[in-house]
Write a new protein. Structure first.
Length: 105
């Protein structure tokens, strides 16, 4: 029984990590698409993720699957100081299964 658990547990944990990473990629793509659509419609970037929800570009701000928090997303703004969201990244520390930082996705 112990041998079976020692084989199954790491596989299960890796499967959970893979599922969280797939969800993270999908959430980032959805939020980035919403930012792009908002910019195209409003001729300016959204001021916050909440504005995307209020304007019905997102149903809700998703939970970051790595941190299980909706308020942990890192938003990039323009380098020239122009207000508004330019890009979104996970606020989770650590590396993905591919060796890249979650914050760089």
């Amino acid at each position: 029984m112990g041998l079976l658990l020692s084989i199954a547990a790491p596989r299960y944990a890796r499967h959970l990590d893979e599922a969280r990473e797939v969800t993270l990629h999908q959430d980032l793509r959805q939020m980035r698409d919403a930012v792009d659509q908002f910019k195209a419609d409003q001729a300016r970037p959204p001021a916050s993720l909440v504005e995307l929800v209020d304007a019905h570009y997102l149903r809700e701000v998703p939970l970051d699957p790595m941190t299980q928090r909706a308020d942990g997303w890192h938003v990039d703004t323009a380098l020239d100081g122009t207000p508004g969201i330019v890009d979104i990244h996970s606020g989770a520390p650590g590396l993905g299964l591919d060796g890249t930082a979650y914050a760089s996705w």
